[in-house]
Design a protein around this ligand. Structure first.
Ligand SMILES: [Zn+2]
Length: 678
């Protein structure tokens, strides 16, 4: 993901006992037999790493996991209280309780069997024309992608919708259409030739057939072959992840009246009508080539293949809400084969995740009021202010940058809108029907409610205060079009942020996160937007050339990492995140020193302030990950793995001084090879 901070799927709740929160840095987590200059991640985390066990129901363990467990425990309390309150119908508390209880009622779920999906499956079975097919697909369009904020490019529907302001005109809200249609996470899973991809592919083919068979469909194997053949063609038409991140390739406003000509095949009139988009004068085609190709496939591939594909994805999308046979089957592929996780998470934890996804603001409003003290908000706001000041000073100090470029950059910093903890306004979910006996319907209606909410933004003024993460999410995000940041309450927790810890530890951990999010405004994508959120070049040609050259060296630095034998990182795909890591750490370092107000930093536990700052940073990246999940991250994610993110320190001069890193040490970079961008 580009501007968001962490890899989200790995963070969604978990099990096992909550590790005792540590204050600042943890000396016992280190492996002091490792020389910091040879392997800083292992020096900082080696003791912890060798002792850490990944829980059976998780694909990873680490700081994000510890902090998300605290949020989960609180969410559990909150839901329990909502259930006990016996609140009136239509109130947020009642919706939370009914949604949760419906999912927990496994006896009811088993008794209903596949009945909740029968109407949808019958509707698919009755598709007889291209118009019917287009209507079925249009009805299923959801606001389930987000290429610039949360950088989520995945939807198993034919297309995904994202509603935000226009790249060219910050005063207008427009619909963006993105490629979709795959069941595996990325085209690489269909096209990649290595042994792991081939193994996952075979497991997917088996899974599709088993799911169709379980649902009682005839000739399940033949149908599965058709679904796979179709998805192979869809995958071949997809734009790859790195190209999808290029906002210049994405800015393609298409008049809806021209769609039949620009992307022939799909019955666009029927599709847009069913999607509720018929009155929109234009859509923005994010991946125009793929959208054109997918539309063509709708007409060129047999109707029967598309019907099987629709039936499979209807089952796949809802399997978690169906009887255990469906749920277990789904976990067998997405949990075991794709992520290497061996055990399904406890049902109540999954119920909490789903409530959080579908009633995010209802839970978030209570969460923020109960668990986010005003003192934390004030303290974090103070840190944000200090890091913004530090970032501004760094802009002033750039010898290579022209005054005109500096002026624009500082205007972006000045007008940045920083949200700490929770949004100023909340969704009220009015009109959403939540029933205690209908988990499938609750989920489907919630997705549709979210979709209608997003559509309702079209034609209204842009709200720069809109949040794109809920307060109970352990993550943070930069919103390039809104020139804004969201720091949810749930990440402003120890050990990321600990009111009791020393400044070095807090600036090295949450400070670097804050710096990272600010820096996204100036990464390879963020730097393309001006202070108003308009896609506009505000750089002189010479400055742009210098910036490109520096980022190229960062691409090469990360290309050289090989976290799995034979599998290198793609430095281009993760460039934005790495720019944000380098620049964010540098700004946090400066802000830490400014916070000392000229006094010497205290030496604590034998560590200087700078040693603690860099140690806290590397420890904030302690994580242990299953190999299958690591492979998935390398292919599909905009972030480098945690281990390599900890090695950001190689680009900062003070790290060399703090840990006496010398030429000959494995991580040593000559001063000219250290990447300094901001
Ligand atoms: Zn980020």
């Amino acid at each position: 993901m580009r501007p968001s901070f962490l890899l989200l799927p790995l963070l969604l709740a978990g099990s096992a006992a909550l590790a005792a929160p540590t204050i600042g840095v943890s000396l016992q987590y280190r492996d002091t037999s490792v020389k910091p200059g040879d392997e800083f991640f292992d020096y900082a985390n080696g003791g912890w790493y060798s002792a850490a066990d990944i829980p059976a129901d998780r694909s990873s363990i680490g700081v994000g996991y510890e902090v998300s467990q605290r949020a989960e425990k609180r969410n559990a309390e909150l839901v329990r209280d909502a259930a006990a309150a016996n609140a009136a119908a239509g109130t947020p508390q009642r919706m939370i309780a009914d949604y949760y209880n419906a999912y927990m009622d496994t006896a009811g779920i088993e008794a209903r069997g596949l009945a909740p999906l029968r109407p949808q499956l019958a509707e698919i079975g009755a598709i007889a024309t291209q118009g019917d097919l287009a209507r079925a697909m249009g009805k299923r369009l959801r606001a389930d992608v987000d290429p610039l904020n949360n950088t989520n490019f995945f939807t198993e529907n034919l297309f995904g919708l994202w509603v935000s302001q226009s790249l060219d005109d910050p005063s207008r809200t427009v619909p963006y259409l993105l490629q979709g249609g795959l069941g595996m996470p990325d085209r690489e899973y269909y096209l990649g030739q290595d042994a792991h991809m081939q193994k996952v592919r075979a497991a997917y083919r088996t899974y599709v057939a088993d799911m169709l068979r379980l649902a009682g469909m005839s000739d399940a194997d033949a149908r599965a072959d058709r679904v796979i053949a179709l998805e192979n063609k869809i995958a071949a038409a997809h734009l790859d992840r790195t190209a999808s991140e290029d906002v210049h390739k994405a800015n393609n406003p298409w008049r809806t009246a021209d769609l039949p000509r620009l992307a022939p095949g799909l019955d666009w009139q029927a599709y847009l009508g069913a999607a509720g988009l018929q009155s929109q004068p234009m859509i923005v085609a994010w991946q125009p080539g793929a959208i054109r190709a997918l539309s063509g496939l709708v007409a060129s591939e047999p109707l029967e293949s598309w019907k099987d594909w629709l039936a499979f994805h209807t089952l796949n999308r809802n399997a978690s809400y169906l009887p255990a046979a469906y749920d277990d089957l789904r976990f067998g592929f997405y949990g075991k084969a794709l992520s290497g996780t061996t055990k399904q998470r406890d049902r109540w934890k999954r119920a909490l995740s789903l409530v959080n996804a579908d009633l995010g603001d209802a839970v978030g409003k209570i969460y923020a009021a109960r668990y986010f003290p005003a003192s934390s908000k004030a303290e974090v706001q103070g840190m944000v202010k200090n890091i913004l000041v530090a970032f501004n000073r760094r802009i002033d100090g750039l010898s290579w940058m022209a005054p005109s470029t500096k002026r624009e950059a500082k205007e972006k910093v000045r007008t940045l809108r920083v949200g700490v903890g929770y949004p100023e306004t909340w969704r009220d979910y009015a009109g959403l029907v939540v029933r205690a006996d209908d988990p499938v319907g609750n989920a489907e209606r919630a997705r549709e409610w979210e979709y209608r909410h997003q559509l309702s933004k079209l034609g209204r003024p842009v709200d720069r205060g809109e949040w794109w993460m809920t307060p109970q999410t352990v993550n943070a995000v930069n919103l390039p079009l809104q020139n804004a940041l969201n720091f949810p309450a749930a990440i402003l927790e120890a050990p990321y942020f600990d009111p009791k810890a020393d400044a070095a530890a807090n600036y090295g951990s949450i400070g670097a996160i804050i710096g990272h999010e600010i820096s996204h405004s100036f990464d390879n994508t963020g730097a393309e937007f001006d202070a108003s959120g308009k896609l506009k070049n505000w750089w002189t040609a010479a400055d742009q050339a210098h910036f490109k050259e520096a980022t190229k060296r960062l691409v090469e630095q990360y290309n050289s990492y090989e976290p799995v034998a034979g599998m290198h990182l793609n430095g281009e795909q993760i460039l934005g995140e790495n720019i944000a890591d380098v620049a964010g750490l540098a700004a946090a370092y400066d802000a830490y020193h400014a916070s000392l107000k000229g006094k010497p930093a205290p030496v604590i536990d034998g560590l200087t302030g700078d040693q603690r700052f860099f140690l806290a940073f590397a420890q904030s990246w302690r994580q242990k990950l299953r190999e299958a999940a690591l492979r998935q991250q390398i292919v599909t994610d905009g972030h480098a793995p945690a281990h390599q993110r900890a090695l950001t320190v190689r680009n900062l001069d003070p790290w060399y001084a703090a840990y006496k890193v010398q030429p000959g040490d494995k991580l040593y970079l000559a001063p000219k090879d250290r990447v300094r961008i901001w």
